[in-house]
Design a protein around this ligand. Sequence first.
Ligand SMILES: Cc1cc2nc3c(=O)[nH]c(=O)nc-3n(C[C@H](O)[C@H](O)[C@H](O)COP(=O)(O)OP(=O)(O)OC[C@H]3O[C@@H](n4cnc5c(N)ncnc54)[C@H](O)[C@@H]3O)c2cc1C
Ligand code: SF4
Length: 331
Amino acid sequence: MKPHGYTRPTEVAAAVALLAGRPDAKALAGGTNLVDLMKLGVERPGLLVDIARLPLDRVEETPQGGLLIGANVRNSDLADHPLVRERHPVVSRAVLAGASGQLRNAATTGGNLLQRTRCLYFQDVSKPCNKRLPGSGCPARTGVHRDLGVLGTSEHCVATHPSDLAVALVAVDAVLHLTGPAGDRTMPLTAFHRLPGSTPDRETELGPAELVTAVELPPPPAGARSVYRKVRERASFAFATCSLAALLTLRDGRVETVRLAFGALAPRPWRALTAEAALLGEPFTAAAVGAAMDAELAAARPLPDNAFKVALARRLAVRELGLLATGQEQR
Ligand SMILES: Cc1cc2nc3c(=O)[nH]c(=O)nc-3n(C[C@H](O)[C@H](O)[C@H](O)COP(=O)(O)OP(=O)(O)OC[C@H]3O[C@@H](n4cnc5c(N)ncnc54)[C@H](O)[C@@H]3O)c2cc1C
Ligand code: SF4
């Protein structure tokens, strides 16, 4: 690991100033992703700004009836929080579907959203990778890409975003709170993760020296049922092959509210807006969900070894929305 400095500020403004003062500085939260990547030589910060002591570790109610989750709230605490479990069970379930208990005890809300892709070539500095080294190439396209993306990818990068939490947060219309040298701002989480285009090294809209301070969850739609379903190679401790966060309400058999977000299909948590628009206001049937997913997935550009994900996503949506519609969803 490259030698680096270490500092542990206790105020947000001080952390931002430290990050702004050193272009090679990096925020350290739980360290469960960043330190691993430092050991591999993928990340090489000259200074670690440990943000664990910043006062960003609380879940609070907002005056609008939403929840404000501090960026340093640990994944375990987020999943267990009574208000999160009551109002946003899909968020709680998504967190519990990720990593292991030990990792969730260390990993934070902000760090989870900013974790890097699990593409094997990205993690291996002996291999080319446009995301790690712009212009060096993308060996995944002709190499190992079974777990990589089918939607929103480009010829320059087909990596997926690995977070389970981010998928659920996109489905509940979460808003990020950010702070940086230019002050505070907010942004819908759907706008935060970038598609790769020709610059896969630019993964998010996070500005230089900017920190995520909180994630805001608006009140859930009245009466919505929700589910987080993660398909993976084994029952625990594995990243998703495809995952789905879904919310649904019906009125007189028609779709009144539907939110669909997929994980492991794309470089960002994928909100299926085309499918949602096709279903909204229509009579709910399995055939309608299938047709809506066909419209959504028409944009898919699978590679030889991950074409199965297209059929998997369609089946996942038909099955899980069907169970939600009849109140039989698994928890
Ligand atoms: C074996 C293993 C299995 C895993 N399985 C899963 C899984 O199934 N599903 C899943 O979702 N995740 C999984 N993870 C990933 C794990 O959830 C992430 O490593 C973790 O959430 C990252 O959080 P952290 O606080 O440790 O972040 P760190 O490692 O400290 O930081 C990660 C990145 O975020 C940046 N950062 C952190 N906080 C902020 C902030 N507030 N503002 C701006 N930048 C910030 C850091 O600079 C760094 O670039 C797994 C990890 C491991 C090691
Ligand atoms: S898919 Fe993206 S992360 Fe993986 S090798 Fe290609 S450029 Fe790198």
